[in-house]
Ligand binder design. Structure first.
Ligand code: MTE
Ligand code: MO
Length: 529
């Protein structure tokens, strides 16, 4: 046994206050650890910070059912809730480690260091990590935390000169200065911004979108109904739903970005720069995107004007033939800079529909959150099997040979969008006044189009809604039903029929494995005059 003097229990018994301070010391050490690590990550790579790295690792290992529940319960805040949860758990552990350090000073520091190692491990094993440098933020943070905890515990184990009690004042001075320094450094780092993100922002600002060789047909005047509360025909970028697994939005420098096309049936592997793409024949199309996680009546659907190049052009050039022409690959796997993989049927991409590699969204370069510099958009397929954001490669393979990200997690490998409709107004539990109430919303069945929408009041007969003008079969369609309403409580139900004549079924299904279906309804109370 060669325990050093400081590791022996102090000559005085720690009081309750000492133990409280020790726990606090653990918490502060953890906080400083994280602040230092995130500061270093600003320079290395924001995604390599321990919070996004561990968070990402947790996301990828979350059972599908739990993830669905999280999306349902927290919606687009699911990521914030996850990170908060991780921080809370870490906080509790840190309190424990602080207490442990009071009796086992070195072990406490080793435990803090171990968390640094864990963060480093998570960072280098993320699919988007391509360098061991990603371990540095967590390692430096872990080291800082370990040293600080050692110093803090030392104050509590050393009697204040001339007394037989712990040096609480010394403890507080070290704790406060370390906490303040870390907070200040982190704030400065944040204000200075990540160099990578700055280059990306500059490349986005400098991007001039080409004039489309094939512009989107003008939206018919009658496509936008003048009904208050209806979803606008074009969803503004800032209101466009966002669904992805990225805890830090990837900031890609467009000048360095490349897209690689390779795999089975590709005559010669090719790599494109953004400049090469924008110089090609560009097309602009209105396409409604929808998420498979959208519940009946849910918000994860939006319509935008996309500008890009036809993906089929690039594939043909590379020598790719669809299965119907004897090509060997039936699946196209798009991979993103953050390691997402999305599998799309080659046949769908090459069957003449407007499958795009898009760089423009509603007249501006793609927003970072929506995939800058380039993403895929394929009319008629849910986003998780078609709409890869931050795309960096396309591999031609088969569905037999490869499962994309969501498939082992319980989602269908192939998922055409189901016919859906939504009542935008009146809102659930609204109290409209008696008289004519405009019941209105949107319906979508991308690539098949919407032929009919009907509304039913309670168990009454189905009544035809008035359809807005159709923009294209690839976009959603607004509808309105002027309802002559008398006071009372009612359930309003809607159903849509697609361009093939198929009506959306009544029976509700789960979003898993290939998209929810069922008739949406709202309950309203019509008030007397
Ligand atoms: N890189 C990447 N691309 C992705 C995803 C993702 O998690 N990562 N999510 C997909 C899903 S599930 C959907 S519904 C659409 C959503 O696109 P949006 O966020 O621009 O609306 O992006 C798809 N592309
Ligand atoms: Mo999705």
């Amino acid at each position: 046994m060669n325990a050093t003097r400081t590791e022996r229990a102090p000559e005085y018994a720690p009081t309750r206050t000492d133990r409280l301070l020790a726990a606090l010391g653990g918490l502060i050490s953890a906080y400083v650890s994280l602040a230092v690590a995130e500061l270093v990550a600003t320079w290395v790579r924001p995604e390599a910070g321990p919070v996004p790295a561990v968070g990402g690792a947790v996301v990828d290992r979350t059972p599908a059912g739990l993830k669905e529940w999280a999306i349902r319960a927290f919606g687009e805040n699911d990521k914030a809730v996850l990170q908060l949860g991780i921080l809370l758990l870490l906080g509790l552990l840190a309190l424990g480690i602080g207490l442990l350090a009071l009796s086992h000073r070195r072990l406490g520091s080793v435990a803090v260091g171990a968390f640094g190692l864990l963060g480093a491990l998570a960072a280098v094993t993320r699919p988007d990590s391509d360098s061991a440098v990603d371990a540095v933020p967590s390692l430096v943070g872990g080291l800082a935390g370990a040293v600080l905890l050692y110093a803090l515990t030392g104050r509590l184990l050393t009697p204040r000169p001339g007394t037989d009690r712990a040096d609480r004042r010394g403890f507080l001075i070290v704790a406060a200065s370390a906490g303040l320094a870390a907070t200040g450094a982190a704030a400065l780092g944040r204000a200075a911004g990540a160099p990578g993100a700055e280059r990306a922002a500059a490349s986005r600002a400098a991007l001039r979108l080409p004039r489309p060789a094939s512009p989107a047909p003008a939206v018919p005047a009658g496509a936008q109904l003048r009904v208050p509360g209806i979803s606008p025909f074009v969803t503004p970028n800032r209101d466009f739903y966002r669904v992805d697994t990225a805890l830090v939005v990837p900031k890609v420098d467009a000048d360095r970005w490349r897209l690689r096309i390779h795999g089975s049936g590709v005559r010669a592997e090719r790599t494109y720069s953004l400049r090469e793409l924008t110089a090609r024949r560009t097309v602009e199309r209105d396409i409604t995107l929808a998420c498979v996680s959208n519940e009946v009546g849910g918000p994860y659907v939006g319509n935008a004007r996309w500008l890009g190049v036809p993906l089929a052009d690039l594939l043909r050039e590379a020598g790719v033939r669809p299965p119907s022409e004897g090509g060997p690959a039936d699946q196209l796997v798009a991979r993103s800079v953050d390691g997402m993989t999305i599998g799309t049927p080659v046949e769908a991409v090459m069957d003449g529909r407007d499958a795009l590699l898009a760089f423009g969204m509603n007249g501006e370069p793609l927003p970072f959150a929506h995939g800058f510099p380039v993403r895929m958009v394929v009319p008629g397929l849910y986003g998780y099997v078609s709409a890869c954001k931050w795309i960096e490669s396309i591999e031609l393979t088969t569905f037999d040979a490869y499962d994309a990200y969501w498939v082992p997690r319980g989602w269908a490998a192939q998922a055409p969008i189901k016919t859906q409709s939504r009542i935008d107004t009146p809102r659930p539990l609204a109290r409209p006044a008696a008289g004519t109430v405009m019941v209105a919303g949107v319906a979508w069945a991308q690539h098949r189009g919407i032929r009919r929408v009907e509304v039913r009041v309670d168990d009454g007969p189905w009544q035809d809604a008035r359809l807005a003008a159709e923009d294209s079969a690839d976009t959603w369609r607004q509808w309105v039903y002027p309802w002559t309403a008398t006071p009372g409580r009612y359930t309003l139900t809607v159903r849509a029929t697609d361009g093939t004549g198929t009506t959306q079924p009544e029976e509700r299904t789960d979003t898993m494995p290939d998209g929810a279906q069922g008739w949406p309804s709202v309950v309203v109370t019509v008030e007397g005059g």
